[in-house]
Write a protein that binds this ligand. Structure first.
Ligand code: SAH
Length: 216
């Protein structure tokens, strides 16, 4: 597969969908998404669809990954400051973690399913990303050892945001996660830890796998 060409087309589509952060587009253009899915699905890797990655989980659509990473970086764009330490909940196959590692100083990525944690480790080995740390554990508790985080991103949605995530966010930090609304549907949520308190916004509807507790 001439994957650079198909990635260019994917990036052009993301830009048409409204993603404008050049660093997010560049990172999405570099990371070879086909290396994170089963070889039988590799030919669909650059379409804007979610795909199964085993154990009932899915790799998010490129459009959703780009949208969330753009929201995550927004407070730092134009500030001249780099995005520092980031916590990702739900490593899955490791794709979004690889894109994040190009955008942040340090990335801690946590997965509760041992099978996927190990798969991600294997998928990511050839990329040799020294600033990416894979962790096996229940992300509901966050990862206090790496806190405080400039940003936290979750790829699984629960009924409410765990308060530990807000606690582990640095002042000025931002959280992007899917959260269930009272009507049961998930919405993309952005939480900012501002000097005057927590500011939460609900954006468009999304569909993520459920946030579950415990390690399995
Ligand atoms: N970003 C991933 C998407 C994976 S899907 C990728 O690029 O592939 C979401 C993942 O969140 C699943 O693998 C699921 O097992 C995991 N997950 C759900 N609840 C979790 C929790 N409490 N802690 C850590 N991971 C969790």
């Amino acid at each position: 597969m001439d994957s650079a060409r198909v990635r260019e087309r994917m990036v052009a589509l993301l830009a048409r969908q409204g993603v404008s952060d050049p660093q997010v587009l560049a990172a999405m253009g570099r990371v070879e998404r086909h290396r994170f899915v089963d070889s039988a699905l590799a030919n669909q890797a650059y379409e804007d669809t979610s795909l199964p990655i085993g154990l009932g989980q899915t790799i998010s659509k490129p459009g959703v990954v780009a949208r969330m990473l753009e929201l995550l970086r927004e407070p730092w764009v134009g500030s001249g400051q780099p995005l520092g330490r980031v916590l990702e909940i739900g490593t899955g196959c490791g794709y979004q973690a690889a894109v994040l590692s190009a955008l942040a100083g340090e990335v801690y990525s946590m997965e509760r399913l041992r099978g996927l944690h190990e798969k991600a480790r294997e998928n990511l080995r050839p990329f040799r990303l020294a600033n990416l740390h894979l962790l096996l554990g229940d992300g509901m508790a966050g990862y206090p050892k790496g806190a405080p985080y400039a940003a936290i991103i979750a790829a699984a949605g629960g009924e409410a945001l765990p308060t530990t995530w807000i606690d582990q966010l640095a002042p000025g930090g931002r959280l992007v996660a899917p959260v269930c609304q009272p009507n049961g549907a998930q919405a993309l949520t952005v939480v900012d830890k501002t000097p005057t308190g927590i500011v939460q916004r609900f954006l468009e509807p999304v569909l993520f796998v459920p946030l579950k507790s415990g390690v399995a």
